[in-house]
Design a protein around this ligand. Sequence first.
Ligand code: PXG
Length: 291
Amino acid sequence: MSPKIYINGKLYSKKDARISIFDHGLLYGDGVFEGIRSYNRLVFRLNEHIDRLYESADAIMLKIPLKKPEMIKAVTNTLRKNKLKNAYIRLIVTRGIGDLGLDPRKCKGNARIIIITDKIALYPDKFYKKGLSIITARTQQNSIEALRPGIKSLNYLNNILAKLEAINVGLEEAIMLNAKGHVTECTGDNIFIVRGHTVYTPPESVGLLKGITRSAVIDIARKKRIRFKKIPFTCSKIYSADECFLTGTAAEIIPVIKVDKKIIGSGDPGKTTLMLMEEFHKLTKRDGVKY
Ligand code: PXG
């Protein structure tokens, strides 16, 4: 069966799913998006993803021409039509068709809603078993005063530049620092460290995307009565940590065993990381919207 892609209320085959070259999503990266996953016909934390999408849209003064419950229906209907049990869902809202100037008012009322559902592509299994090696990128995180990293916008060039630094040395991910040298997040994942009995992640104030997986991990830590702190830290705190892991919709929870060629902890995925991975998998089996 050919995949069906949703564009503004209609479903199209892959080859007929097209948008205008005058869409400001293409011309200027003017739009917002979400990456969402479903597990066994449950869309993991769909309401949280939709809330974040509307917050991102608000932040760029983009009016989404659907109410939240209608958007949720659009996502679940598209999944049903594509007969996907375990899926990756890319939800995109662009400013729509305007002229060649960047004035968004020229796109008035033209916002495009696109929903692509597909099979999931994961990191190779070996990284979950053995852990990832990552680097610190020279490319700095966008400052909160420039393009706030909490907005999941179509402008990902900064993250792509950092990702290219990792790719150029044969690795998968890179940490981005803010202007003060504080660790913020990776190019498509949030970061955590474990020291002693405490789990740490940077606070939103350093400039990062408030990840849905990150909040799921925080919820699990609280439930399991693991000490947890949001606190700014530098790379040296990672180098001397007992454990490190990344969280994201695509990666879920993935252990990190080397940062900037320095071995973290024992050099194997840590026991807190492994426990959180297991609890996260249990959570994906019950915490979602059914379709
Ligand atoms: N930081 C950034 C910059 C991200 O893009 C996360 C953190 C993790 O957030 P969630 O809500 O997913 O836990 C992201 C999410 C992809 C892809 O195709 C990227 C993300 C999500 C899904 C797919 O590379 N990034």
